[in-house]
Design a protein around this ligand. Structure first.
Ligand code: PRX
Length: 667
């Protein structure tokens, strides 16, 4: 890559927070940025003070690059901070979790009920021999039991490792073996698009493949007692066939009957809270490690200021707890702030394409946090679905997971937010633990597509390939390059489980003095950050560095385009040529004429260099289960290679039909 990434798209719209929003916002004064910048350690310590500690720390930070320790000597318990202290403070009757099951069953838990249930689960785990330091894998439906089991592990000092409920038996076995899990917690099944997915069966397959350290499997009943029918489907009999006496335990036996009294373990600030595997672009998944004191401080602070939590809020983060977003902004961040939340089990189009909006209407959701891929899907389905529901309870919207293109941002703003809700576009990673670049909604004017500014105290900037800081001053010039974090932060990863070299290599070897995030970014004349996607996804076309994300944004800006995925394919002359996979909106026909028109549109929006050479119409694009476009597979298709690993695809059928389309249409 040449020294800077060219920034081609310009976006001039700006949205100031309303005076009304600012007047009640948790962060309303620009001063906090300067305060945090002047003394980052003091700033973070002020947030740590808001947690309950058994023993206060002696030292805020010890930094032996690349190893950080925060709040050294401090003792606390994450579960205590998310549950017990609220009950002690008289908030026991407040609803903590609203479990909204796909078939329509609703189960509410107050903070007191969560405390009792979590304690029972903790006691159940203890009865199975789990104690401080033992790692437990969770393979469970998205719902209250998952959040409560995570907290139950934290309560007794057993690090959890949640495995997303859509992963395969191989993935479970790989992860359980890598972290040396002593137990797996699962359930009979979960509902997905009106069908039962039998989770226990998948765990059984993983056990057959060999989970060498796992002694017990704890099974919650979710889809009903064996044989009971819901929507015409009978619950599976998970007690039969593959049930292994002595290994498998029913929650009905070991949890429901357990005492509701379980003391919280005193944990060191630097004790492991969880491991979460992230696939990364190559090779085997990395077990990202997060510890107790710093992580909780980071997610608690960012939750409070970014989502502006008020006592009356109903928060809905649509991410599954199998991802970091569900760890930080379903469980630990919101619950440490005593928030009421919705947890939805199933698919966004079951029973109808208005399910999300119905959930917001039914529970009076006031703060919604979702992903651009979901927003673009809703755009494709059409406005009639949200317009048919009452969304007036919403007051703040959030986005996470990938760059949100301006078109999707504007749709979110208009159709969902009724032009009155600020949007917080939050950039962060599994590795950062918490939000790093984001608007504070009462302070920062937003621009569609920009994650705006680093969270107070966060040392984000842009480096050239050679390590020159291009973004240190907002001197009125634009700068494009590589996003780095120049100072440690409390919720940063403490390493990769069992692989210190890989930790150094991936994040700390590119530059001597900064964490390399792997993302391209630009900073505009106002000092705002614009994320450009993974560096691996930046194309080099005739000597120009062009971000796939910017070309995608220009494509979806055309009225006929619902979604687009762009890649660089090898080209003898240009180095790389741009290939675009395009999904057209309902009502448009994928003709040669339209293809020409869309290519021209990109040329006009960005410049002729960014006009795609190939434009392939398709019904869908391959995505990971967390909604990220799998560009590696698209490159395989465009360059006529045998497809690489497709096991993490949300829908493996997509690639086969894409290949056919490509062979038919590609020029
Ligand atoms: O490329 C960035 C993108 O997602 C990556 C992190 O992925 P993961 O660890 O799965 O965590 C996702 C949830 C935090 C980043 O390196 N990304 C995440 N949020 C944004 C984003 N890209 C642009 N804008 C965002 N708001």
């Amino acid at each position: 890559m040449s020294e800077t990434i060219e920034t081609l798209l310009t976006e001039t719209r700006q949205f100031k927070p309303s005076a009304e929003f600012t007047s009640t916002a948790n962060a309303s004064s620009e001063d906090i940025y300067a305060q945090a910048e002047a003394d980052p350690e003091g700033w973070w310590a002020s947030w740590a003070e808001k947690l309950d500690w058994y023993k206060k720390w002696d030292t805020v930070l010890e930094w032996n690059r690349p190893f950080a320790k925060w709040f050294i000597g401090g003792k606390l318990n994450a579960c205590y901070n998310c549950v017990d202290r609220h009950v002690s403070a008289g908030m026991g009757d407040k609803i903590a979790l609203i479990g909204d099951g796909e078939p329509g069953d609703i189960r509410n838990f107050t903070y007191s009920q969560v405390k009792d249930r979590v304690s029972q689960i903790s006691n159940g785990l203890k009865a199975m021999g789990i104690g401080k330091g033992d790692i437990v894998c969770l393979y469970m439906p998205m719902g209250p039991e998952l959040a409560m089991t995570m907290l139950a592990c934290a309560r007794i000092g057993a690090p959890h490792s949640v495995i997303f409920g859509g992963f395969t038996a191989e993935s479970i076995a790989d992860r359980a073996n890598d972290c040396g899990a002593k137990a797996i917690v699962t359930s009979d099944g979960t509902w997905r698009r009106g069908k039962i997915v039998e989770l226990k069966k998948i765990v059984d397959q993983a056990m057959e493949l060999g989970c060498h350290t796992v002694k017990n499997v704890l099974v919650f009943e979710r889809v009903g007692a064996p044989g009971t029918e819901t929507n015409g489907q009978a619950a599976p009999d998970y007690n039969q066939g593959t049930w292994v006496e002595g290994r498998d335990e029913r929650a009905a036996d070991v949890v429901d009957t357990a005492s509701t009294d379980c003391p919280c373990e005193e944990m060191d600030a630097e004790d492991l809270l969880f491991i979460l595997y992230t696939s990364g672009s190559t090779g085997k998944p990395k077990g990202i490690m997060h510890t107790t004191g710093g992580y909780l401080t980071g997610v608690s602070a960012t939750s409070k200021l970014v989502f502006d939590f008020k006592d009356t809020d109903v928060f809905w983060c649509t991410a599954d707890c199998g991802w970091i977003t569900g760890h930080s902004y379903v469980v630990y961040g919101p619950m440490s702030n005593c928030v009421t939340q919705v947890m939805y089990e199933g698919a966004p189009d079951t029973p109808g394409k208005d399910r999300f909006w119905k959930i917001i209407e039914q529970h009076g959701v006031s703060v919604l946090y979702t992903a651009p891929t979901a927003i673009r899907t809703f755009m494709k389905w059409g406005e009639e679905y949200p317009n048919g529901c009452d969304l007036s309870s919403l007051r703040l919207l959030g986005s996470v997971g990938e760059p949100i293109n301006p078109e999707a941002w504007m749709w979110y703003h208009k159709v969902i937010g009724n032009e009155k809700c600020p949007i917080v576009d939050t950039w962060w990673q599994t590795e950062t633990g918490g939000i790093m670049i984001t608007p504070l909604p009462g302070i920062v004017s937003t621009k569609p597509g920009s994650a705006t500014r680093p969270f107070p105290g966060v040392g984000a900037t842009i480096y050239s390939e050679e390590g020159v800081d291009l973004g240190a001053n907002s001197d009125g010039k634009e700068a494009g390059g590589l996003l780095v974090l120049k100072r440690p932060w409390p919720s940063m990863l403490r390493g990769i489980w069992g692989d210190e070299d890989r930790y150094r290599d991936v994040y700390w070897s590119k530059f001597d003095d900064a964490y390399f995030a792997g993302d391209g970014a630009k900073r505009d004349a106002d000092g705002f950050f614009w994320l450009l996607g993974r560096v691996d996804d930046i194309m080099l076309v005739s000597g120009h560095n062009i971000s796939t994300m910017e070309v995608e944004s220009a494509l979806v800006d055309h009225p006929a385009v619902a979604e687009a995925a762009v890649i660089g394919k090898q080209h003898e002359v240009k180095g790389q040529a741009i290939a675009a996979f395009v999904i057209v909106k309902a009502g448009y026909e994928a003709t040669d004429e339209l293809r020409k028109e869309i290519r021209m549109h990109v040329g006009q929006k960005i410049g002729p260099v960014a006009r795609p050479d190939d434009l392939i119409f398709t019904a869908d694009v391959p995505k990971t289960r967390s909604g990220k476009i799998m560009r590696r597979l698209l490159r395989d298709i465009a360059e006529g290679r045998v497809l690489g690993d497709t096991t993490t695809l949300a829908d493996p059928n997509v690639v086969a039909s894409l290949q056919t389309e490509h062979d038919k249409e590609g020029q």
